[in-house]
Design a protein around this ligand. Structure first.
Ligand SMILES: NC(=O)c1ccc[n+]([C@@H]2O[C@H](COP(=O)([O-])OP(=O)(O)OC[C@H]3O[C@@H](n4cnc5c(N)ncnc54)[C@H](OP(=O)(O)O)[C@@H]3O)[C@@H](O)[C@H]2O)c1
Length: 260
């Protein structure tokens, strides 16, 4: 979904439908994620977050923000609050004009008090090196960014703290990137915010642990926007277990664990 500012109005509690009936704020819902302790030794524990229309599209007029709502935005920012690093594909960075990952001082304070860095590491991977360096993420001195690429990427005019990891073309896989994030950058939990091409590629390399999916009660009516995955079909279907399901104003907020 779109990385817009947090909603000024508090989101009303969501109605939990599964596993048990309850009413919960997004803050309480995400309070006990404990992601770091789940990290495998060779990569971060990895969440993927998407919003989709009821007819299966991941964007409308080229953006996810039209599909989103206040609760989805609250979840989006809430998940950012709980991870060491946040990743998005170059297509998403460009379409959604990413800025600094956690701007809200209260969220930054809560991150610090739970032992995380106030600002998560922003993670980018690009084969072409065509990273949109004009987005606000790179002009904010508070941003921390790591770019994995096999091409040159000039950081000299960027205000953000940017670390470029150059890898040979054959070495530039998501699996290698994950290993390096864990070993060299101490990333134990990673949130991937899309887009569909990157999510499809993560599935191909079997690197996803959970999917947070907001299902908007909205129809795009067709068009060319992708589903939440793109790229080659998987060799085998992946199945998932439902961890929770919540509802507010007809939208569903689903959390799935990918089965191994
Ligand atoms: N509904 C939602 O929640 C949601 C979330 C995110 C995005 N979106 C929408 O999705 C659209 C953009 O998605 P997209 O699929 O076009 O782009 P994307 O997945 O954001 O980015 C694709 C790019 O990421 C890099 N990349 C992906 N996999 C890679 C790999 N295995 N190795 C190296 N680099 C890799 C490549 O960059 P290079 O070309 O630089 O090599 C690739 O072209 C936008 O319309 C956006 O609004 C929707």
């Amino acid at each position: 979904m779109a990385p817009g500012p947090p909603s000024p109005d508090p989101v009303p509690p969501l109605r939990r439908l599964f596993p048990e009936s309850d009413r919960l704020s997004v803050h309480d819902l995400l309070a006990d994620l404990e992601l770091e302790s789940r990290a495998p030794v060779d990569r971060p524990y990895t969440l993927v977050n998407f919003v989709a229309s009821a007819d299966g599209h991941a964007a409308f007029r080229g953006r996810s923000r039209w599909l989103s709502d206040d609760a989805d935005r609250d979840l989006f920012h809430g998940l950012r609050e709980h991870v060491d690093a946040v990743m998005a594909g170059t297509g998403t960075l460009r379409a959604e004009r990413y800025g600094r990952i956690v701007r809200d001082p209260e969220r930054r304070r809560r991150r610090a008090s739970s032992g995380l860095t106030p600002e998560p590491l922003a993670v980018i991977i690009s084969r072409s090196g065509d990273v949109p360096s004009d987005i606000p993420l790179f002009s904010d001195p508070g941003s921390r960014v790591v770019v994995f690429t096999s091409a040159a990427f000039d950081t000299s005019n960027l205000a953000a703290e940017v670390n470029v990891v150059r890898l040979d073309r054959g070495e530039l896989t998501l699996t290698t990137m994950m290993r390096r994030l864990r070993s060299d950058h101490d990333v134990r939990s990673l949130l991937c915010e899309g887009g569909p091409t990157l999510f499809g590629a993560l599935l191909q390399e079997n690197l996803v642990d959970e999917l947070f999916l907001s299902l908007a009660p909205k129809l795009t009516g067709g068009g060319t926007a992708p589903a939440i995955t793109a790229g080659p079909e998987l060799a085998e279907l992946r199945t998932m277990s439902l961890v929770w399901a919540l509802e507010l104003d007809g939208a569903l907020y689903l959390r799935y664990a990918l089965r191994t």
